[in-house]
Design a protein around this ligand. Sequence first.
Ligand SMILES: NC(=O)c1ccc[n+]([C@@H]2O[C@H](COP(=O)([O-])OP(=O)(O)OC[C@H]3O[C@@H](n4cnc5c(N)ncnc54)[C@H](OP(=O)(O)O)[C@@H]3O)[C@@H](O)[C@H]2O)c1
Length: 347
Amino acid sequence: MIKAAILGGSGYTGLEIMRLLAGHPEAEVIEFSSRKYTGQPVSSIFPSMAGHEYDSLVFKNPADLADTEADVVFLCLPHGAAMDIVPHFIERKKRVIDLSADYRLRDVAVYEEWYKEHSTKNLLADAVYGLPELHRDRIKDALIVANPGCYPTSAILGLSPIVEGGLVDPNSVIIDAKSGISGAGREASLKTAFCENYGGFEAYNVGLHRHTPEIEQELTLLAGKDVKVTFNSHLLPVSRGILSSIYADLTEPRTTAQIIETYKEFYAGEPFIRIMPEGTYPNISNLRCSNFCDIGLWVDEARGRLIVISAIDNLMKGASGAAVQNMNIQFELEETLGLTGLPAQLG
Ligand SMILES: NC(=O)c1ccc[n+]([C@@H]2O[C@H](COP(=O)([O-])OP(=O)(O)OC[C@H]3O[C@@H](n4cnc5c(N)ncnc54)[C@H](OP(=O)(O)O)[C@@H]3O)[C@@H](O)[C@H]2O)c1
């Protein structure tokens, strides 16, 4: 059995990893941290865990996980908190899967422009951007897996086939994305309170969202030239799910059927990508709690433009599901282990 520890076990992504590994045949969680809940059993904070063997474990102070016997450490911490402790776990030969943004950006100047000063920039070169559909071969031996952000996952998966193939002008891309509120984490705030959101719908961080450089980094790699996109985020008054409507100018006239074929070829054999039949489009309800990314496509032939609708569950393919997929790759397990549950269509 692979032993896993979770730093930041009392947050949404930590809880989701616990839920996934509770059903994983080859991996188990042996400890998890929370400063607020140190000493408390998991079900006192997450009653959904009652009756599971994990409930015999209590939240530990993060410092008490320093000498963990785990084989893999999931860092489910805010950005800036992960970078200080990663060297400690690398020295101890642990596999490190970081769900924060700390190791996603290759260029430290870009990280520091959008986030803060990086305390372990020397390790950036050892990190691999953990999107299996693009970087599977490098993830296997990566010292640090930089698990992608949730919005970037939906955008990059939605755009990879056509950007790599040169079917669209990547600099014409507009990504209009909406996320459920769990994307902001479990920490209580006015911004995420029920009454502030229920019945409302708004854009936020307009022109300033930190996921923009991450999307541009991966699209630049695929296009082989510098790419700048317009990305805008909205807070959807649901608990989970991301849907991105993406618009791009085609470089040559193509039909919807041809574009769908391109996507099917690009993602052939990918267990979690579902290309939808012509005339049908994703709904976050159809993939809730699953690791799927659903992609629907339509060519506006009169205007020479493509519309891509890409949807994921932000806590699954957008975070913890991807993290478990990356763990499976690193330990040479079947990539879908622990991730084959069907979506929970009703919320
Ligand atoms: N939510 C999503 O949909 C999503 C998707 C992709 C990526 N991510 C990224 O994944 C990471 C975790 O997100 P989340 O949504 O799970 O956040 P969250 O719900 O706010 O949980 C954060 C966890 O980290 C702990 N923590 C906070 N500050 C800490 C510190 N300085 N030292 C040690 N522990 C600390 C918290 O517990 P205590 O305060 O009790 O210690 C809590 O367990 C973030 O970097 C986020 O950007 C989130």
